[in-house]
Write a protein that binds this ligand. Structure first.
Ligand code: ADP
Length: 207
């Protein structure tokens, strides 16, 4: 029996900095034919482009603090209202706290839409710190200094990890072991999604 392709694909990917969620998120989004929406990337592009939004958020991002919910949720609502996100999206880096979960709930409810899965990428703290140190050397992101990394991880543990407890009772959380090679983790993600009946529209794209 061939599983039917999923008609909607509304996913979140949640994991600590250095968990590889950006890389894996792109692969999932491509396979399901939906846009990957990474709030951190959007903010950084605005900073690099010197836009009004970029000017407002630059100092916040460089300190590793969270951009105010109002601004972030508005940005996400605008992005998810674009036609290419009509049948789905993969959100990376949003929601990041309880207020943003409430904002996203309201937005989706008003459109009569629901999330299909929340991918939780689990990576131990030591592993994510060592991956971030590595990335700091390779990519030189300005928010990848030791102090800022520590701040971002602390905010993740305090504000973001608890949002999983909001999604767990809804039966949406798919927990994935994020330790292993990139391909191993990718396979785990697609297997876990398939076991919940979530199959990419473009067969082969996930192979
Ligand atoms: P990381 O997960 O490695 O910290 P991101 O690329 O997801 O990096 O985000 C970079 C920065 O952008 C964050 O430290 C924060 O300042 C800002 N940011 C991204 N997403 C959000 C969000 N949902 N709410 C508030 N701030 C955000």
């Amino acid at each position: 029996m061939t599983a039917a392709a999923t008609s909607s694909a509304r996913f979140l990917i949640v994991g600590p900095q250095g968990s590889g969620k950006g890389t894996q998120g792109v692969l999932v989004a491509e396979a399901f034919g939906v846009p990957q929406v990474a709030t951190g990337d959007i903010f950084r592009a605005n900073v690099a482009g010197g836009t009004e939004l970029g000017k407002r958020v630059q100092a916040i991002i460089e300190a590793g603090d969270l951009v105010p919910d109002e601004l972030t949720s508005e940005l996400v609502r605008d992005r998810l209202s674009q036609p290419d996100a009509a049948s789905g999206f993969l959100l990376d880096g949003y929601p990041r706290n309880r207020g943003q979960v409430a904002d996203l709930d309201d937005f989706l409810a008003a459109r009569g839409e629901q999330l299909d899965a929340v991918l939780e990428l689990e990576v131990p703290r030591d592993e994510s710190i060592s991956r971030l140190r590595h990335r700091a050397i390779e990519q030189g992101r300005t928010d990848d200094t030791e102090e800022v990394i520590a701040n971002r991880l602390a905010i993740y543990e305090r504000e973001t990890a608890p949002i999983l407890d909001l999604y767990r009772p809804r039966g949406l959380v798919v927990r994935i072991d994020g330790v292993g090679s990139l391909d191993e983790v990718t396979s785990r993600i697609f297997e876990a999604l398939a076991s919940r009946g979530l199959v990419p529209r473009h067969p082969g794209a996930a192979a």
